[in-house]
Design a protein around this ligand. Structure first.
Ligand code: ADP
Length: 234
């Protein structure tokens, strides 16, 4: 996906400032930046939720249309409270895929919880339901906005590994937004660093998987350096 000269102005606040970048197909890309850098705005432009100046894959953003072929994962699992785990997954799927729900819930570690309601599930289990749903929904690109931010460290590591292995098995492009260097270094093959709506760094992370949170890939230092620099220039 090619984004060229994307600018988003919220009545005087330039959330994205003439941003051009490429998101490589079949890879996991992190969009990294401090709070207010423009990360969520960038996802909203890609999703086609808000108008913007510039073009994505040659189509201008004046009258955006909701992008097809995308699946989503957010910080909050966004489950319907009156539906079971299984029903929450099926809710967004065509009927032809319903029979795969059980197997996918098993793969994300929820065997035996298919009939549980969200209030009967822990935070991590709820997020597993939403990971199962995001992967079963037919997509070419998975867009994730801070999906691991509210999880404790051990759970974060487990769910990042889950997303990584599911993507490896299922294919597709993953784009995820985070303010956390460790998440980017653990999961991404490429990190795009945003600051004040501009791209200030592109870092390829070639370390093999599975990665270790205790000894992050060497590229993490470059990401820390970029974030510290921008933090001091706020
Ligand atoms: P991030 O996701 O990196 O925290 P955002 O994309 O949410 O950043 O925000 C980027 C900038 O745009 C911030 O200065 C924010 O206050 C501003 N902004 C975001 N959404 C709106 C909005 N709906 N109206 C006005 N300003 C907004």
């Amino acid at each position: 996906m090619i984004l060229s000269h994307i600018t988003k102005d919220y009545r005087g606040t330039k959330a994205l400032d003439d941003l051009s970048l490429t998101i490589e197909e079949g890879k996991i890309t992190a969009v990294l930046g401090e709070s207010g850098a423009g990360k969520t705005t960038l996802l909203s432009c890609i999703m086609g939720l808000i108008p913007y100046e510039g073009e994505i894959d040659g189509v201008n953003g004046k009258k955006p249309k909701r992008r097809e072929g995308c699946s989503y994962l957010f910080q909050d699992a966004q489950l319907l409270p009156n539906l079971t785990a299984e029903e929450n997954v099926r809710f967004v799927l065509p009927k032809t895929l319903w029979e795969q729900t059980g197997e996918m819930l098993d793969r994300v570690g929820l065997k035996g919880k298919e009939k549980s309601y969200p209030h009967e599930l822990s935070g991590g289990e709820k997020q597993r339901v939403s990971i199962a749903r995001a992967f079963l929904y037919p997509h070419k690109m998975l867009l994730m906005d801070e999906p691991f931010s509210s999880l404790d460290l051990a759970l974060k590591r487990q769910l990042m590994e889950l997303v990584r292995t599911l993507r490896e098995e299922e294919g597709g492009t993953v784009l995820f937004v985070t303010h956390d260097v460790h998440e980017a270094a653990f999961l991404a093959q490429r990190a795009l660093v945003l600051h004040r709506g501009k791209l200030i760094g592109e870092v390829d992370i070639d370390a093999p998987y599975p990665r270790d949170l205790l000894s992050p890939p060497k590229e993490a230092r470059e990401l820390v350096r970029l974030l510290l620099e921008t933090g001091e220039n706020k």
